[in-house]
Design a protein around this ligand. Structure first.
Ligand code: PTJ
Length: 254
């Protein structure tokens, strides 16, 4: 559908844009989904479109949290589904965790079902969150609707690509929240138990790899979860960005 030559220097990035555009046209991606994507792209430029070294540690720690959980759940919105359907399913299978649709914009059963069906066409066996009955306490947005068998009883929830009020409400509800957000300054990234500052398309496969490596290693899992400190992790990411910008500045003025 999109005419992106393989040898285009920005081919990978353009393909992600094309996925957002294509799924925006079908309603899978929300009206403002492309704006969110652009904000993510801007932060990814600062990272050099690569997973920063300290974030590899956050990825291992977040996966340890998921492996320790009794009821881990991965939340899926329109952008996440459009960008990384296979990787979401692969991580859910590796942990194992449940997949649950949770959207902010235009929340209708039709949109919930559209995202769930899309994941199923990619091989997901079960997707929760279609017409869910439970609610996140003290949250008024559409994101408050959660599945009684999913997020309502979850102890650890992966929240990719959302900035707003939900992470805080989930933490207040006693859940541990792992966000995936390229913007380390977003409300979600700051209130999460741990933010993974990376592109979802890179973070999810690395998370799956870490799950396969850590599985069964209880002492390493316990060590990693005990070391979680989101403020420290965010500070490391900001330092990484500052140093990268300083290096780029030096290269230009040398
Ligand atoms: O499908 P819906 O209705 O639930 O809506 C989904 C969006 C993404 C539109 C909604 O959650 C939203 O408006 O999110 P925000 O407030 O724009 O926050 C999204 C965050 O994800 C921003 O901080 C972006 O920097 C970040 N982001 C965007 N693309 C990526 C990303 N982080 C990681 N990987 C990306 N590819």
């Amino acid at each position: 559908m999109h005419d992106i030559p393989d040898d285009h220097p920005r081919a990978a990035s353009l393909r992600l844009r094309a996925a957002i555009a294509e799924h925006h046209a079908t309603g899978l991606v929300a009206e403002t989904g492309p704006i969110s994507h652009g904000r993510g792209e801007a932060f990814d430029y600062i990272l050099g479109e690569d997973t920063p070294a300290p974030v590899h540690e956050d990825i291992r720690a977040s996966v340890a949290l998921l492996l320790q959980a009794k009821h881990p759940v991965i939340s899926v919105n329109g952008n996440a589904a459009a960008l990384a359907p296979d990787a979401l399913i692969a991580l859910a299978e590796a942990i194992p965790a449940k997949l649950e649709v949770n959207v902010f914009y235009g929340r209708t059963e039709q949109r919930e079902r559209q995202i769930a069906d899309f994941l199923k066409t990619h091989g997901a066996k079960e997707v929760l969150g279609v017409n869910p009955a439970a609610r996140v306490p003290h949250l008024t947005s559409a994101r408050a609707s959660v599945d009684a068998c999913g997020m309502a009883k979850a102890d650890v929830i992966v929240v990719p690509l959302e900035d707003g009020d939900r992470a805080e409400a989930l933490v207040a509800w006693g859940k541990k929240v792992i966000s995936i957000d390229l913007n380390p300054l977003s409300r979600t990234a700051k209130t999460a138990t741990l933010n993974i500052c990376d592109n979802i398309t890179r973070a999810l496969p690395l998370m799956k790899q870490a799950a396969n490596e850590l599985k069964g290693n209880a002492s390493e899992i316990a060590k990693l979860t005990a070391s979680i400190d989101n403020k420290k992790s965010t500070a490391r990411v900001l330092a990484f960005m500052r140093e990268r910008l300083a290096t780029l500045e030096k290269e230009l003025t040398a």
